[in-house]
Write a protein that binds this ligand. Structure first.
Ligand SMILES: [Zn+2]
Length: 366
């Protein structure tokens, strides 16, 4: 594995919880800086929350232990959160930071899907808080033994030590004294966060949503309309898209990120179709579960092309008798790097390619 491929694999091993270069220019929004989260104000009362180390962006910041980027929707009387952080500790940090935006209580949490970095802090919210997700999410959290399975298992075991090693290496190579100092702070933060993350595993109590839906659910909060839409299977079996029709904002979880998403739970051909339905919604900006806000529907089309290419190349290698793990080293997706610069060399994340193979077994696809 060369260093570029290693960087790519590293990024994916964290479910891309840390940021990276972006193909397109991200829109610029006003920022409210919390202690642990940066809040970008997308519209009145709608904030995009990104966890950060030291309040500074990648590569000199970003806290992978806090999980996905979230959306905080402040309404007339309450707050709706899209996704919960990775650990209870991270959730408490988030709730502290939200006080910089509003004194209103969080009364609703929406889980866009079942992965740990979107649900593991559900237990922090009391019985008076509605935790809402697609029916599949409740089943998944009840049945999948998620702390002993992917994606949590590898990400948890690999991400912390890998991040610490990365900062150590960067510190040695860095010539700029200010950057070196920032990296040293980040190393200390990462080491402390790693301890917390490991410690927090005992504190994580996988908690399923207490309200579920199957196709569509609409929340009315003051004058705000919040639509929860299941557009079809894709990144997982039960991805929710949260659409604010008046503001023309859509929160997509990991169904559509601004970069490559983890593919280990995917339903590939349905994912491409579901992304087609996402494009039909009348949104002006997408707030993804990882990455940065984006406004260009062309990025969704580019991701559909990427997924189609993954499927086609994996199918070809599989037909030649190549194992999934070897196929993960051989697939060449570099043609998509212009749209997804986190593709830094030949190869793809192994859990994703194993899943393509398993999905082909399940569906009889060739
Ligand atoms: Zn995620």
């Amino acid at each position: 594995m060369n260093s570029r491929t290693a960087a790519f694999a590293f990024c994916i091993s964290l479910l891309c919880l840390i940021g990276g270069a972006q193909a397109q220019k991200a829109p610029i929004y006003p920022v409210v800086q919390g202690k642990y989260y940066k809040f970008e104000k997308i519209a009145d009362g709608v904030y995009y929350a990104s966890p950060e180390l030291n309040g500074t962006p990648f590569p000199f910041g970003s806290n992978p232990f806090f999980g996905a980027n979230l959306v905080v929707i402040v309404n007339k009387d309450d707050v709706v959160l899209v996704d919960s952080p990775t650990t209870p500790r991270a959730a408490h940090a988030l709730l502290e930071d939200i006080k910089r935006l509003t004194s209103k209580p969080v009364r609703t949490v929406i889980n866009t899907h079942w992965h740990y970095d979107h649900t593991d802090a559900n237990s922090v919210f009391g019985p008076d808080v509605q935790i809402i997700a697609h029916d599949y999410v409740r089943q998944a959290i009840k049945k999948f033994d998620i702390l002993n399975n992917e994606p949590f298992r590898s990400s948890h075991r690999n991400s912390g030590p890998a991040l610490v090693a990365r900062f150590q290496k960067q510190i040695v190579a860095e010539k700029n004294p200010a950057h070196k100092a920032a990296l040293q702070r980040n190393l200390a933060d990462a080491q402390a966060a790693l301890k917390e993350f490991v410690g927090d595993i005992k504190a994580i109590k996988p908690t399923p949503p207490n309200v579920t839906y199957s196709d569509r659910l609409v929340l009315h909060r003051g004058t705000r309309e919040i639509q929860l839409l299941f557009l079809g299977r894709g990144h997982t079996g039960g991805d929710t898209v949260v659409f604010l029709p008046r503001e023309r904002i859509v929160a997509t979880g990991d169904l559509m990120e601004s970069r490559l998403a983890y593919m280990g739970s995917a339903f590939f051909d349905e994912w491409i179709k579901t992304l087609g339905a996402l494009k039909q919604l009348n949104w002006a900006v997408t707030l993804p579960g990882h990455g940065v806000p984006f406004t260009d529907k062309g990025l969704v089309t580019a991701y559909q092309a990427y997924l189609a290419d993954v499927m086609a190349q994996a199918a070809k290698l599989r037909a030649q008798g190549v194992s999934a793990d070897d196929a993960a080293r051989r697939v060449d997706l570099t043609a998509h790097a212009k749209d997804f610069p986190d593709i830094e060399g030949v190869g793809a994340e192994v859990r994703g390619i194993r899943r393509v193979y398993a999905w082909m077994d399940e569906t009889g696809r060739k």
